[in-house]
Write a protein that binds this ligand. Sequence first.
Ligand code: DLL
Length: 433
Amino acid sequence: MTIWNPKYECMSDDEKHRLQGVRLRETVEHVYKNVPFYKGKMDSMGILPGDIRGIDNLRDLPFTYKTDLREHYPYGLFAVPMDEIVRIHASSGTTGKRTVVGYTREDIEVWAEVCARTISSCGATKSDILQNAYGYGLFTGGLGIHYGGEKIGMSVIPISGGNTRRQLEIMMDFQSTVISCTPSYALYLAEVIEESGTDRSKIKLKAGIFGAEPWSENMRRDIEKRLGVLAIDIYGLSEIIGPGVSQECPEKCGLHINDDHFVPEIIDPDTEEVLEYGKQGEIVFTTITKKALPLLRYRTRDISRLYNEPCACGRTTYRMEKVTGRTDDMLIIRGVNVFPTQIESVLLELGETAPHYQLIVTRAGTMDALEVQVEMTDSLFSDEVRRIEDLEKKLKFNIESTLAISAKVTLVEPKTIARSEGKAQRVIDNRDL
Ligand code: DLL
């Protein structure tokens, strides 16, 4: 299997640490000079850019949290003037405000490079036809993978997400050999292929690049068998760059982190203490080449482990364990990030229900479904059925238009949602991933 950029994917530990050290120093100088938020944080900790001599000083630097991005919404953490920004993407914030990320032309080039590594690691070359079924738009999945595919020289089909019939028609007519989408959508595609009695000899797929949400080894086996592809995991988050932070190789023993651009650490999420290789904790990333939005020690909230033993594929990058959970309550429903607090603000904004609600997530077949149960107030409960149905429709509409996710809304009788003495259990996730 080809390694896209052996110079950087197969460095010795010494070479890597030296390169990371140089790039970290440049990044720290850049943020200290250009981002008042970081200057303030470093000043209050008594650290000057000159104190950062190498990668071992990483742990002297401050952490960055998703709330920092929200507090500086939209552009407050950007480290370059807006006329150097050539692209803006956004992802869900914990409340109404989105997390906004920006890229310079150089950042876009780095992003294409790391996505080219990702796509190559499933064995794809410029002779392949890539059906890119990640959403194009504010979500980073579509355009990130698109540029990576083009950098390799593949024929990229920017089909975006959804419209399953059209996906199948294009897959057969255009002879797609590689597909990129969320793993749950891949399973749904497999189901539709089976149910529609499609002639499988017309499907030329050989590999799939699946990510943006957690998926298990069982799901991988299912997808590989039913779609007839090699299924590899791709991980990333908008704040760090989007897709392309790390990816599996065909050995499937952890995801190779593009650690010449993103330096990982594993910490205890409560004490913020750095943990050793092999220990489970929250994965934290520092970007060391990003110009528009460099982030120091970004708390991803994703749970993983780090490995630094060499991999049989020849790459020498750190590897991370497949992400299976988070340290916060963010849900990923059909690839869309959803915080319960976002739904809460939609419910409270309308103010016609009681403030007690519960989210029930299920997976019917291969597709995630979200039901929002909200308690009625006593007066609503004694009102006409018609008014209750109208309110359900209104809430459904507001949730869909604010969060871009469809949900079933059910108004339930007063006092039927269990009260808790400690943290309210807002989410019942019945998916068996
Ligand atoms: O989901 C970027 C992406 C696009 C990754 C396409 C892979 C493919 P966000 O919308 O900012 O970015 O969501 C980031 O999604 O913190 C994880 O919780 C979760 N996530 C992403 N990839 C994986 C994965 C994109 N392979 C958040 N396994 C992250 C598990 C994943 N969770």
